[in-house]
Design a protein around this ligand. Structure first.
Ligand code: NAD
Length: 487
């Protein structure tokens, strides 16, 4: 079957009498919401087999259409490396599905919990239940993985799903909507397309949970829109993720990983290293090694098929503006090629010691621009991080365990990698999320299952009920019992 066959065999027709897979207007969206919410109440997905079947559908959607998916993402970016789409979108999506299929049946079983001797022989349980209808809002930078990741958790937890795709990646959004329509019943998953206006209306729907991935600025609007409905939110936001290069660190190893993180998807990664804290004496060497790294890994960057473009003209202009405002103040290109407005090619640059008031230090960069900030003592570096909003990720490079422990214990970030960048996001055994301005709530794997379930506490009484001795009129036994417990 070709990719086109998949699309033309779209099975939306089968379902149009009831619910709709692809939604383009606010009216359609509201009607679909009402129908899906009603279904989530009348037919909760309590059976693992049903959930597993939906995870199989998701896996098939991906495996049958990899090329088409990569192609449409690339069209949105003006060019996105197919290998990057495989490595950073398809691969973690497949492994996430396998993980949920392997463990989901166990996650959804009621769990026996401890109980105080005072209440025995009664017992305690936690019973995970589907929340119902979950809303998912997707950004443009990894539009596949950031749709699939939340979908895996929502499905494993037995929910129905409405997804709003990003208007900044419209080709992929349309492709994905058609694929969802083909592989899922619209009773299960529907996809909303359109601009910010429909996104605003989407965020006002009284979902049982709303999982939003995107900027911190819009995250605040999402939380405000959800508040009148008391809709619980998971906000996967952005911010500036620092790297601390410790005294005595192997610089070559640090540069290798930092540059990998800064060039992947041309720096448009929420957990890309944003800036590096490094001792002044190492900065020349850092830049030399970074240039060497670029020569080795991205030779002939203009024609190199592994290097992606900046998503659109306005993002390109924003970042080029940051660089232009620093000209003559320590800007070090890492290649001999200049950025190109027309093709939106932006080769990486290092900027040394920009001021705190500069755009690159005030904003999340989200592009291949890497500030090097100098520190004297480790305390200075830790204070620098702690004086700013809690980062989504923090990276520390070095071999001195006591220094690593100081960073680990004295900074608070969504996640931490030691001698690595980014890889914590693909650990399905770890929760992923931010803290403070970088996000609220975490998902992935079991954490995501629990986030999108109601973990209902259940107390099970037996026939032998000791509480019957504590009924009014409160007599001598009651007084003795209270005397023992009330100090
Ligand atoms: P975006 O512009 O694509 O927006 C994300 C979603 O918000 C889209 O679905 C869009 O339709 C919707 N939206 C936009 N404006 C809205 C509004 N006013 N009201 C309601 N909805 C609205 O993406 P973006 O925000 O530019 O994405 C980049 C940001 O996302 C960066 O800050 C990045 O760090 C962050 N990000 C975070 C993660 C994470 O997992 N924490 C992952 C990827 C990206």
């Amino acid at each position: 079957m070709t990719d086109n066959d998949v699309i033309t065999q779209d099975n939306t027709q089968m379902h149009t009498g009831r619910t709709m897979s692809i939604i383009n207007t606010v009216e359609e969206m509201q009607a679909q919401f009402t129908r899906m919410q009603a279904l989530s109440r009348s037919q909760p997905m309590n059976d693992w087999y049903e959930r597993e079947t939906q995870l199989d559908n998701l896996e098939l959607l991906l495996s049958d259409n990899q090329e088409q998916i990569s192609k449409s993402i690339s069209e949105d970016f003006g060019y996105r490396s197919q290998s990057e789409t495989q490595f950073a979108e398809l691969f973690p999506s497949f492994t996430g599905i396998s993980h949920a299929k392997k463990h989901g049946k166990k996650w959804m079983k009621p769990q026996r919990m401890p109980i105080s001797a005072l209440y025995r022989p009664a017992h305690n349980e936690i019973q995970p239940q589907p929340l119902g209808l979950v809303g998912i809002m997707v950004p443009w930078n990894y539009p596949l993985f950031l749709a699939i990741g939340p979908m895996i958790d929502a499905i494993a937890a037995g929910n129905r799903i409405m997804i709003k795709m990003s208007e900044a990646a419209p080709k992929f959004a349309e492709t994905f909507a058609k694929l969802v329509a083909h592989y899922f019943s619209p009773d299960m998953v529907s996809v909303v397309l359109g601009e910010v206006e429909i996104a605003e209306e989407f965020s006002k729907l009284p979902f049982d949970h709303l999982l939003y991935t995107g900027s911190t600025a819009v995250g605040k609007k999402i939380m405000a829109a959800a508040a009148p409905n008391l809709t619980p939110v998971t906000l996967e936001l952005g911010g500036k993720s620092p790297v601390i290069v410790l005294e005595g660190a192997n610089l070559e190893a640090a540069v290798n990983r930092v540059m990998m993180g800064k060039t992947l998807n041309a720096g448009q990664t929420c957990i890309a290293p944003d800036y590096v804290l490094i001792q002044r004496k190492h900065h020349d060497e850092f830049i030399r090694l970074a240039r060497e790294w670029m020569d080795k890994h991205y030779p002939d960057i203009e024609n190199n098929p592994d290097y992606s473009r900046i998503i659109n003209g306005s993002q390109f202009k924003r970042v080029q503006g940051y660089i232009d405002s620093l000209q003559g103040q320590g800007v070090y290109p890492l290649t001999d090629i200049s950025s190109n407005t027309e093709t939106r090619l932006m080769p990486p640059v290092v900027v040394v010691e920009p001021t705190s008031g500069s755009d690159v230090m005030k904003n999340e960069i989200f592009a291949p621009v890497l500030p090097l900030m100098h520190y004297e003592t480790l305390n200075d570096a830790i204070s620098f991080v702690n004086a700013r909003p809690r980062p989504l990720a923090l990276y520390v490079f070095g071999d001195n365990n006591s220094d690593i422990d100081r960073v680990r214990s004295n900074t608070v970030s969504g996640g931490l990698c030691i001698n690595e960048v980014i890889l914590h996001v693909v650990q399905h055994d770890l929760p992923f999320g931010g803290v403070g301005h970088s996000g609220t709530g975490a998902y992935h794997g079991k954490a995501g299952f629990e986030r999108l379930s109601h973990m209902k506490p259940v107390f099970v009484q037996t026939k032998l009920n000791g509480m019957n001795f504590l009924l009014p009129p409160y007599g001598g036994f009651f007084k003795k019992a209270m005397g023992m417990f009330l100090k």
